[in-house]
Design a protein around this ligand. Structure first.
Ligand SMILES: *Cc1c(COP(=O)(O)O)cnc(C)c1O
Length: 426
């Protein structure tokens, strides 16, 4: 069956070929639901746009680190971009060859670097001189040189939310452009290090191509300069950052993005790495929640739902907008009225949507919070001792629980109470 994605059929929202209320019946609410078909389509669209380029797609695991999701992309030929030993282990466990794993991040510890070296990690994106020294020391003692890309901070404003903008001077990421030639030289001279190229990642949820252009042109100039000075530059890692639709954003078509990449980098004869995360998973996921009850207070109408900021923190953290759709298809002429969709957590910031125009919601109704497949479940917690929402994947008419809901016993028994605490209490 070729049905993919989240559409109304027979008066209810379906995920691929399955009715969302049936899944809710099975697994209980709240839960994340991913469409395998949408993830595959997003990956294949990305790969098709890059067709003909010497390009590798390294899925940025931090967007959605479920093993089933990583395995799905691994099966399509993806490498991985990881930012911790945990993500490295997830990538390896999903069968991604170590040689196709890029280790990014500003704070790799020595233990993490050692683990990545031992695994045979294909590329380290280095973000400071001190990190380079640590890596050199560990790699030299292990006897296997580390392939290194220097992450450049191009001082470009990605035009995205402040908290996910990573390429401005003063952001913690990367090495200032001015200092790159000097660090590149140092990398070449250090035992244990093989500099292979440069990396850049200027932020996430970019909805315009101009900031990419500014960063990429700068990177291309730097390649020419380094080569003039006699350095080999074989690889460029162009990061991720492509925006998705949360509301009505004009997300840049991948073909335009790829055309920009071709224009700037085709003349350089260099291999390219891409690290998309959000673009591959965000729109492929929804968070399904049930209305617990409604109330009116202080002139506002509230729908209190069973998903909260511990499940999806993006609205609270980034003031992010997520479209919300009633699972039972509303009458097209149904009146809408502004409602605050809020969770049960004891924080005023626990708001999924404020003053959102929605058809009347009642206790027991199901809602779907859209574009929740990236930076959703991965950022969840058990705050207020709430059980993090489970995750399910649908594939046409198949359903699998890919991260079950844990039970209260497991959650509580994970803690250890020292004798001397209970002693005091007695
Ligand atoms: C977060 C991150 C990505 C993925 O970003 P998206 O916006 O999800 O595509 C890629 N590379 C690095 C280094 C990152 O930190």
């Amino acid at each position: 069956m070729g049905m993919s994605g989240f559409t109304y059929r027979g008066g209810v929202l379906c995920a691929d070929g399955l009715a969302v209320p049936d899944i809710a019946e099975d697994v209980g609410t709240p839960f994340y639901c991913y469409s395998a078909n949408l993830m595959r389509e997003a990956y294949l669209e990305f790969a098709a746009a890059l067709d003909g380029l010497p390009a590798e797609i390294c899925y940025a695991i931090k967007a959605n680190d479920n093993q089933a999701v990583i395995s799905l992309f691994a099966g399509l030929g993806a490498g991985a971009d990881v930012v911790s030993e945990g993500e490295l282990r997830r990538a390896l466990a999903a069968g991604i060859p170590a040689a196709r794993i890029v280790f990014s991040g500003v704070g790799k510890t020595s233990a993490e670097i050692a683990a990545a070296l031992k695994a045979g990690c294909g590329q380290f994106n280095v973000e400071s001189e001190a990190e380079l020294d640590t890596l050199a020391e560990l790699a030299a003692s292990g006897g296997r040189p580390a392939s290194v890309a220097i992450r450049v901070n191009p001082d470009v404003d990605a035009g995205t939310h402040h908290k996910i903008s990573t390429g401005r001077a003063g952001d913690k990421f990367g090495i200032e452009s001015d200092r790159v030639p000097e660090i590149y030289r140092r990398a070449r001279d250090l035992p244990g290090i093989k500099p292979v190229g440069l990396a850049v990642h200027i932020g996430s949820q970019l909805t315009k191509l101009d900031p990419f252009r500014a960063a990429f042109e700068q990177l291309a100039r730097m390649v020419s300069r380094l080569r003039r000075d006699g350095f080999a530059v074989e690889r460029l890692d162009l990061g991720g950052g492509l925006g998705v639709v949360y509301r009505n954003e004009a997300r840049p078509p991948l073909t335009d993005y790829a055309a920009l990449v071709r224009e700037i980098f085709a003349p350089l004869d260099v291999s390219l790495t891409f690290e998309p995360g959000r673009r591959l998973t965000a729109e492929a996921g929804i968070l399904v929640s049930r209305v617990i009850r409604t109330k009116e207070s202080g002139g506002r109408r509230f729908a209190i739902v069973d998903a909260a900021m511990n499940d999806l923190i993006r609205p609270t953290l980034y003031d992010a907008w997520h479209d919300i759709h009633p699972v039972r298809e509303p009458d097209p002429h149904a009146e809408t009225a502004p409602v605050d969709v809020v969770g049960p957590i004891c924080e005023t910031g626990d708001v999924m949507a404020a003053g959102r125009a929605l058809p009347a919601l009642q206790a027991g109704d199901l809602i779907a919070i859209r574009s929740a497949g990236a930076y959703g479940a991965v950022m969840s917690s058990a705050y207020n001792c709430r059980l993090p929402a489970p995750e399910v994947m649908v594939d046409s008419d198949r359903l699998a629980v890919i991260r079950p809901r844990i039970c209260y016993t497991d959650l509580i028994s994970a803690d250890r109470v020292p004798d001397w605490v209970t002693g005091h209490r007695a």
